[in-house]
Ligand binder design. Sequence first.
Ligand code: IVH
Length: 685
Amino acid sequence: MDKEPVQKKIESLTKILNQHNYNYYVLDRPAISDYEFDQKLKELEKLEKDYPEYVLDDSPTQRVGGKITRKFNNVNHKYPMLSLSNTYSKAELEEFDQRVRKLTQSPFSYVCELKYDGVAIGITYINGVLTQALTRGDGISGDDVTHNVKTIRSIPIRIYDSKLPSEFEVRGEIILPHKSFIDLNLEKNNNNEALFANPRNAASGSLKLQDSSLVAKRNLDCFVHGILGDSLPFTSHYENIQQAKDWGFKVSQYTKKCSNIDEVMTFIEEIQKIRTELSYDIDGIVIKVNQYDIQEELGFTSKFPRWAIAYKYKAEQGVTTLDNVIYQVGRTGAVTPVAELKPVWVAGTKVKRASLYNADKIEELDLHFGDTVFVEKGGEIIPKIVMVDIAKRTKDAKKVSFTQKCPRCGTPLKRKEGEAVFYCPNSSLCPPQIQGKIEHFISRRAMNIEGLGEGRIEVLINHKLISRAADLYKLKYEDLYGLEKTIEDEETGKTKKISFKEKTVNNILQAIEDSKKIPFERVLFALGIRHLGETGAKKIARQLKNLETISKTSYEDLLAIPEIGEKIAASIVDYFNEYENIQTINALIDAGLKFEIEQPDFESMSSSDLPLAGKSFVVSGVFEKYSRNELKEIIEKKGGQNISSLSSKTSYLLAGEKMGPEKKKKAEQLNIPIISEADFDKLIQ
Ligand code: IVH
């Protein structure tokens, strides 16, 4: 293909895909199927791979992230990021209205908006291009999270409009929708990582991830509720916000212009009725004077604007009694107390249980059996007990004290210094721990052994066929064929039969065999070392290359690995100090699992595997995934050439952290593309 048509094709595919992304992520009205979208995306990816020089900065392929931010720079806001005065009372809202009307003689209107419960963001566009995104910080300066914000698909990276102001800033709220929050916590739970308490914390944590490719997977969303700049198209808030909607931003349909405070009150009540149906959290309504000149006239108090106020909804509460406290044992032995309640309706759902988090929480609430308790939906999803009505407590009520023994195997519980969680130390024999560990081992992101879900692991444990993951590799057809069990679904009360017929058994055995090819990073994750999630396992595997080295690495050396904290490092050292674990590992080695990282087999590559043929590279700086020498080796093996200094003939500058500014400047002067490690990975794929 000629270069000209290719460039045009890349441009047109980029435009079409951006429009479909807008339909999907902003309008929530997809116009083509996911399959069709993926086909077009693949086509674009292929063209971009062959012609990287034509990749546009707003290409949808750039949304997958890849940029690593080691430390977020603190940058001053051009316009300070203020907060609002709050009220829970309609009477105070009336007072706000009276104050405003006293301070101005001119006619004005109000704009009512949802008060999104997320993370504030300010995004600057210069000549239509997203150039900077800052968090609120202390209001004067915030963290530069531009790379991460660019992965959010409802935020345009480039805006095409001939009438666009040359520079402006949008203010908005980054949120995590309920479904994504639940999925994320499920995944965290599977990975044995600490859960996020609510979607706001999850959004804030996600925005501060160092690896933007992980942010891209989090499904963050953004509602825009403000726009600032010197030459905005309109002189009022509502009109500019509607314009921002036309530029491709997500502006809520629940944004209303009201001519007086009565209309504001009606809006508040209308939203109160539907707020639990929204797919994300809001905690109130923001009321703003619409006209900028009147906003200016009203000005600010020492802390807040006088032209806006937030009306906050009271959290939905229910009152009920505490029947019992039960204890659940997780796969790592962590024991979680759960309150069993007399069923009560809160915010549209029937609440029967509430999390009590840990022993400290029980103590803090001074909980007694039979207590009258107030339940609230934390983050609107997970119910929690917020208060006890002590006046209603009977004299003989017994205090709830955290169980001393494991509810499943009776072993006395332990608590680690400085940790809030009690755990059962009997990790190799305690049934839920055995089961949980094996379930984690076979899970999709670990060894991906299909066919053993739906309680089948429990059947195998009960038949004493397995008591640790390594036993799976000894299973034979005769062991499994004919096993069966009837189980009762706790929720529905319906019974279900689990059976091991010929086809199921063959599938299971094949899946177990196939799992021997799973790469070392995932085997390491599958071992279920406390606190070691998928990402941590990858980092360690790539750095230390094999299990033997990991087992011999000291706590201090583990800590030196990027993103490995004290908890993980200590947990790895503990893991290798357990005789049981060493035995399990030896059995897994015997079974033929991979315990070292695989280096690409360059020797057996054919000439068609030389994607870097004819390209020359200068490699500079410190890299995340490969060492500098490894990169140079890959360049040569893939047909490229390493050169030591930049010249006009250099194809790429492969830039890592800490690369000198001079080099960057020179590359820019010579117009040499500067690529990251992730870009390089794409080139060689
Ligand atoms: S306007 C001066 N509008 O609430 C006006 N803020 O306490 C500043 N928020 O930090 C904010 N939804 O992050 C505005 N529709 C909305 C909002 C909103 C959520 C957040 C925002 C701000 C905080 C104000």
